[in-house]
Design a protein around this ligand. Structure first.
Ligand SMILES: C[S@@+](CC[C@H](N)C(=O)[O-])C[C@H]1O[C@@H](n2cnc3c(N)ncnc32)[C@H](O)[C@@H]1O
Length: 249
C-alpha cells in the first residue's frame, strides 16, 4: 500500500467517493485536507466527514485563496513538508481533495511539489474522484459531449472577448469558478442567444444543491461552488428529429 494517497472525495455527496478512495481513507492513520484559512474546516474534509474515524490524526493544510506566485509556492512547499513528516511519523497518510485530484486542485500542485523533494522510494498514489462537472451532468441529465463534439473545461473568463474565444473552440463549455462573474456572464450569454441552452449548477451534491436553467437565475452573485454548462449545438444524429431539438435542451 502507498504510504501517501491523494484521493478525490467527489463534489459534495459523501456517497460519491470511489470504493478505492474509501478503502485508502479507512486505512489511513493520518488524514490531510486543504483549508482556505488556518483553523478552517475545508470542503473536502466536510464531504468525507461521515467516513472519518476519531482515532485518525487530522492534518489541515493551509492553501491561501490567491493566485500570487510567492504565497502559492510557499503553501505548496509547506504542505509537502507537512505530508512528508506525517508519512515518517504516522503512515499511511491520505490527503483529501474536493472533486477530482487533477482538476483545479491544490492536490495536483502538492503532488508536483513532492516529486521535487520526496525521498525515494516514497510511494504516492493518486485516486481519481467524481468531478463537479460530471456530478452536474448526471444530476441534471445533461450529456456533456456527444459524437464528435468538443467539450471545453475552463475557469470563468474575465471579459466577453475571452468568452468568445472559448465559444469559438468547442460546442460545449463547462465554465468553472463562476461566483461573482455570473452577472456579466449571464448578460454575455443572453446577448449571444445562449442563455436558453445554459445550466447553472450550484453546490452540487450538497443538501442545498441547485440546478437552474440559466435564464431563470437572476444576475446576482452565485456561490463560488457553481459552474455553468453551455451547449452551443447538438450533434446531427439524435433520438429525435432535428426540428424538435430545441425542445429537448
Ligand atoms: C478549485 S475548483 C475544484 C474542482 C474539483 N477538483 C472538481 O473536480 O470538480 C472549484 C470549482 O469547481 C466547481 N465546483 C466544485 N464543487 C462544486 C459543486 N459541489 N457544485 C458546483 N460546482 C462545483 C466550481 O466551479 C468551483 O468554483
Amino acid at each position: 500500500m502507498a504510504r501517501l494517497t491523494i484521493l478525490g472525495v467527489g463534489p459534495g455527496d459523501p456517497d460519491l467517493i470511489t470504493v478505492a478512495g474509501l478503502k485508502a481513507l479507512r486505512q489511513a492513520r493520518t488524514v490531510a485536507y486543504p483549508v482556505a484559512e488556518p483553523g478552517g474546516e475545508g470542503m473536502a474534509a466536510r464531504i468525507a466527514a461521515p467516513w472519518l474515524q476519531p482515532e485518525q490524526q487530522r492534518l489541515p493544510l493551509h492553501f491561501p485563496m490567491t493566485t500570487a506566485a510567492a504565497p502559492c509556492r510557499l503553501a505548496w512547499r509547506c504542505a509537502a513538508r507537512q505530508l512528508l513528516q506525517a508519512v515518517a511519523e504516522r503512515p499511511p497518510v491520505a490527503m483529501l481533495c474536493e472533486g477530482d485530484v487533477s482538476l483545479y486542485a491544490s492536490a495536483s500542485y502538492v503532488a508536483l511539489q513532492l516529486q521535487t523533494m520526496a525521498p525515494s522510494p516514497l510511494r504516492v498514489s493518486m485516486i481519481p474522484g467524481v468531478t463537479a462537472m460530471a456530478a452536474t451532468a448526471a444530476a441534471a441529465h445533461w450529456p456533456l459531449a456527444l459524437q464528435s463534439q468538443q467539450l471545453l473545461v475552463a475557469p470563468a473568463p474575465e471579459t466577453p472577448t475571452a468568452l468568445d474565444a472559448l465559444l469559438a473552440k468547442a460546442e460545449v463549455l463547462a465554465v468553472h469558478k463562476v461566483g461573482r462573474r455570473w452577472p456579466w456572464l449571464r448578460e454575455a450569454l443572453q446577448q449571444r442567444g445562449l442563455l436558453p441552452q445554459a445550466l447553472v449548477a450550484e453546490r452540487v451534491g450538497w443538501p442545498d444543491q441547485r440546478l437552474i436553467p440559466a435564464a431563470e437565475l437572476p444576475p446576482g452573485a452565485c456561490s463560488y461552488f457553481s459552474l455553468v454548462l453551455v451547449r452551443q449545438a447538438w450533434p446531427p444524429v439524435l433520438p429525435w428529429d432535428a426540428g424538435d431539438a430545441v425542445a429537448a435542451v
